[in-house]
Design a protein around this ligand. Structure first.
Ligand code: DGY
Length: 321
């Protein structure tokens, strides 16, 4: 017998998160750790006051229209909220929160890994050694593109973009960025602001995407924008697959205009785009930007902090709708 709020957790969150959630709430955990389907989300909205979805649970306008009035808050376990129709949720009076800040360093680490791995032929090198096909060496063998001192273009200088810039400074990179608004001088730390992609792209020997997926940023990287990158540029995406026209990127890789790409995000997830797999200069990971133990705990705790505030009658710190 309890009057504690009920929360539904569709994916297997970290042990520390579950322990804390179970201490403070009535928790229903979906036991198979597969993405919550539209039907499950609708069904659970009648049994729970809150849900903690990940980016794998899609709260589209259709789903939101069918939600039971019992559901009061969607406390996302993600910084990205493109899986939620924020307007539909707000119109229905459902509060939405996300988990900013806590995953910036982990995601920036993966961007760095992808940038280095793509530039230095990590996929091919690993295959050669792993399969016993490494049978020669010469000064022209597996020559890559030097990261140290190169020009880096960052699209989206939010928390993750700034964390990546910080790491890139350690490699002596010359940092250029485009963002909706210019950073305060203290936050720029010598990075050059570009009001538009027109001037950013031609100076981006390496280009890394860190902006949210919105209707405005869909296919931001397309045939036209790719063609404005310098010959031999390297593209990194740890943000969202929606930002990239994948056919255009594959064509630019095949033509050699783009030397390599490092991708943690794809239009179709899970699964990715098999057309990339034919190219060893595409270094791919399965959307694991924030996947460290410390960050998963921090994301879970941040989602719970938002729930705690909400159920205490306060404004959750990370409210996005
Ligand atoms: C995020 O938090 O948006 C990451 O992509 C993981 O979901």
């Amino acid at each position: 017998m309890t009057d504690r709020p009920v929360i539904w957790i569709p994916r297997r969150l970290s042990d520390a998160t579950l322990e804390r959630a179970q201490r403070d709430y009535e928790v229903i955990v979906k036991d198979d750790d597969t993405p919550g389907t539209a039907e499950e989300i609708v069904e659970m909205s009648a049994r729970a006051d809150a849900i903690i979805p990940c980016h794998s649970e899609h709260l589209t306008a259709d789903v939101v229209a069918r939600l039971d009035p019992r559901l009061k808050i969607v406390a996302n376990h993600s910084v990205g909220v493109d899986h939620c129709d924020l307007k539909a949720l707000a119109d229905k009076g459902i509060v939405v929160t996300n988990t900013p800040d806590v995953l910036s360093d982990a995601t920036a680490e993966i961007a760095m890994l992808l940038m280095l791995g793509a530039a230095r032929h990590a996929v091919r090198g690993d295959r050669l050694v792993r399969t016993g096909a490494w049978d020669s060496w010469s000064p022209s063998f597996m020559v890559g593109k030097q990261v140290t001192g190169a020009r880096l273009g960052i699209i989206g200088m939010g928390r993750v973009g700034r964390a990546f810039a910080e790491k890139a400074r350690g490699f002596g990179m010359e940092i250029h960025y485009h963002n909706r608004s210019r950073l305060a001088p203290g936050d720029e730390k010598g990075a050059t602001f570009h009001e538009s992609l027109e001037t950013l792209l031609p100076v981006s020997d390496f280009l890394s995407l860190h902006c949210p997926a919105t209707p405005e940023t869909t296919d931001l990287l397309n045939e036209s924008t790719l063609s404005r990158l310098p010959e031999g540029a390297v593209v990194v995406n740890t943000a969202r697959g929606a930002l990239v026209d994948e056919d255009a990127l594959i064509a630019a890789i095949e033509s050699g205009h783009i030397m390599a790409a490092g991708l943690d995000c794809f239009k179709v997830e899970p699964g990715g785009n098999p057309a990339f797999a034919a190219h060893e200069n595409v270094f791919m990971l399965p959307h694991i930007g924030s996947a460290t133990r410390a960050t998963r705990d921090a994301m879970g705790f941040r989602a719970l902090d938002n729930l705690d505030a909400f159920f205490a009658g306060q404004e959750p710190g990370d409210r996005v709708a």
